[in-house]
Design a protein around this ligand. Structure first.
Ligand code: AMP
Length: 648
């Protein structure tokens, strides 16, 4: 029977679990529970590249860092021009180049590796494909579906990207589950009985992110009250602090004025080897300090000084020094914690438990500062902090599967029946006692629509229970407007993040005809009483499903029969075409083309819009190359015809 698994698709590491009678974390092909979220692109002469994923890929970081990708989760669903992406580039922390995608708009992102370009979704799909294949080998069964966890504050575009990656890996996504909710499920909080309601703060501090969630749980119902955190605060930032410290101390000790310049002067292979060893050594030191009072970071015989002599790095690191280094980070961490509690209008005394998961939650000063904030008894550390999220996902995946294994007779029976069809076991009673009955999801962010005149409207407020639907009617500024461009965005940590655009083509011919007719017909009185042409009104409905995924429907109220586009474009090839078309219309306007030419161009644009809307396959975001080329040709033809008409 096809299996449904739970996947914690982490920034640094990924974990797969399955629930049969009990929950089991699955070992990968290397015999480990944790698979590094690392992909190596191996170039092959005249052939498609080969992908190495996991621990084996990690080994390549030293030898071929420019072909090895870590933390791709930080890039998924992002735009090249986003501040965070630009920061990553300016820090020079990536050994490969990022750019916009040659087939995408400015809102796209591509990784340039070995002369090829990859989207973050394609790289992420390689990780998911390995997790799927290894799970199949471990279970001896086909895996077709999964609950995949995502950070609570992933915006719609990032979730869409995750879903695309899963589709490319051949996985059906049963639910995109916020990581904190998954963690809470694995703590067993869903088993709290009816009257014994509880409010918990899930504190998930992993490799790349800090995820915070406030959940209330009672009678098997988990309600997400609020969420927050920081997508750019995790173990890797702590590693970076340590790297800076080690370099500073070494420079001081050896009397080097600019140690970064010295590293830059090393031959590329030596430099990459040194940086990779430094990264590994500081992470090891950090982990060691979770159990011991001091440690030492050593990298011997790799770095060379100005004279070409070996320069050994040997830096003592007592935990007290580490704690002092962590102070600013702990301060911002507590600021985020207080912020998320205030967001839901709670106070700290209303939090019954703080559930700690994620590798970085093992750090003693992190635990201490939370204990000081909430009281020692309230802070609970998960027994397996790095596996908790996958376990929670597996429990939900099991609940959502079409069939389940009866806990009594172990035969497969339909999920939606109350008693086992083979042995009569009370399945419903068992579920209520032993697991999640229902998760009430809430909107992760505020959802806004921005119109061309930069007017913004709040469509859905953060923490609105999901699924939800919101409808607004907008009046176009220009009665003659044929192409409408709307932008949708989330507000995350008080910053705007674009999640996709929508282009609509409006047939104004009918309206225009009416006006022309009106000019001729009727007596003067009738003409005076006749209303001027009213700009079109558009009704926009934004639907958000349980996974926080958005779909948009648009109806033109003046012409309800006109079919309008409803797919958000997210920086891909379709968006590039839409922008080209928009530019052509704007150029025609700027150049003051004749009314005839503009109308003709608009008419062509309208039919092209419908065509562009079919360029991306909504299931897996792949480009229909033939359609793309046809649309591109149509745009260029329209531009040429307009230019020729002007010359006549
Ligand atoms: P996760 O994303 O939950 O897999 O966590 C990975 C992060 O946890 C990495 O940055 C690890 O360096 C860090 N980590 C794992 N174990 C420990 C530990 N015992 N102490 C401190 N950090 C740890």
């Amino acid at each position: 029977m096809k299996k449904s698994i739970g996947i914690d698709l982490g920034t640094t590491n990924s974990v797969v679990a399955v629930k049969k009678v009990s929950t089991e974390v699955l070992k990968n092909a290397e015999g480990e529970y944790i698979t590094p979220s690392c992909v190596m692109v191996k170039k092959r002469l005249m052939r498609k590249p080969e992908f190495i994923v996991g621990r084996d890929a990690l080994e390549w970081i030293r030898q071929e860092p420019e072909h090895t990708i870590t933390a791709v989760k930080r890039l998924i669903g992002r735009d090249f021009h986003e501040k965070e992406v630009q920061e990553l580039i300016s820090k020079q922390s990536l050994p490969y180049q990022l750019s916009t995608h040659s087939r995408g708009s400015a809102n796209s992102l591509a990784l340039q590796i070995g002369g090829r370009e990859f989207t973050p979704e394609e790289i992420s799909a390689k990780i998911l494909a390995k997790l799927k294949a290894d799970a199949e080998a471990a279970l001896g069964d086909e895996v077709d579906a999964a609950v995949i966890t995502v950070p609570a504050y992933f915006n719609d575009k990032q979730k869409h990207g995750t879903r695309t990656a899963a589709a490319l890996a051949g996985l059906k996504v049963r639910r995109l589950l916020p990581e904190p909710t998954a963690a809470a499920i694995s703590f067993g909080v869903d088993k709290i009985s009816g009257d014994d309601g509880r409010t918990v703060l899930v504190f998930d501090f992993g490799g790349g992110t800090l995820d915070l969630s406030i959940l209330t749980i009672s009678g098997g119902r988990i309600i997400e009250m609020g969420k927050g955190g920081d997508m750019w605060l995790g173990g890797e930032d702590i590693d970076q602090l340590l790297i800076d410290y080690v370099l500073e101390e070494t420079a001081k000790e050896e009397g080097i004025e600019d140690i970064r310049a010295l590293i830059g002067q090393q031959k590329p292979a030596r430099k990459n080897k040194f940086l990779a060893e430094l990264k590994t050594a500081v992470e090891k030191a950090k982990i060691a300090l979770s159990d011991q009072e001091e440690t030492c970071i050593e990298i011997l015989g790799v770095l060379l000084d100005q004279d070409g002599d070996p320069l050994d790095v040997e830096v003592e690191l007592p935990r007290t020094r580490f704690d002092a280094m962590m102070a600013p980070l702990l301060k911002s961490m507590l600021g985020l914690v207080r912020g998320v509690i205030a967001d839901v209008h709670f106070t700290e005394d209303l939090i019954d438990n703080v559930l700690l998961v994620g590798g970085s939650s093992r750090i003693p000063c992190v635990i201490n500062s939370l204990q000081e904030e909430f009281g020692q008894d309230k802070v609970l550390l998960h027994e397996r902090p790095m596996l908790a999220v996958a376990e929670g996902a597996a429990i939900l995946s099991h609940r959502l599967a079409d069939t389940v294994e009866c806990p009594q007779c172990t035969r497969n029976t339909a999920q939606n029946v109350t008693t086992c069809s083979y042995c009569g076991f009370d399945l419903e009673g068992h579920t209520v006692e032993h697991g999640v009955v229902e998760i009430v999801h809430a909107a992760a962010h505020d959802y806004y629509i921005k119109l061309e005149n930069d007017q913004r409207f709040l469509m859905v407020e953060k923490n609105t229970p999901l699924p939800c639907s919101s409808t607004e009617v907008f009046q176009l500024v220009d009665a003659e407007q044929e192409l409408v461009h709307m932008k949708f965005y989330n507000v995350v940590n008080r910053k705007e993040q674009g999640i996709g655009d929508l282009w609509l083509g409006i047939d104004q011919d009918e309206e225009r005809e009416k006006v022309e007719r009106g000019k001729e017909e009727g007596d003067e009185e009738e003409k005076a009483a006749r209303k001027p042409v009213v700009p079109s009104r558009i009704e926009i409905t934004l639907d958000i499903d349980e996974n926080n995924l958005v779909s948009v429907n648009a109806t033109l109220l003046n012409h309800p029969d006109v079919a309008l586009s409803r797919t958000l474009s997210r920086g891909k090839a379709d968006e590039k075409l839409f922008l080209e078309l928009e530019q052509a219309l704007s150029d025609a306007d700027k150049e003051q083309y004749s009314t005839y030419t503009v109308i003709d161009l608009q008419n062509r644009a309208r039919s092209i819009i419908g065509f562009i809307n079919g360029v991306i396959d909504p299931k897996n975001d792949t480009v229909d190359e033939k359609r793309y080329e046809q649309a591109r040709k149509q745009i260029h033809k329209a531009i040429k015809i307009a230019a020729n008409e002007e010359l006549l």
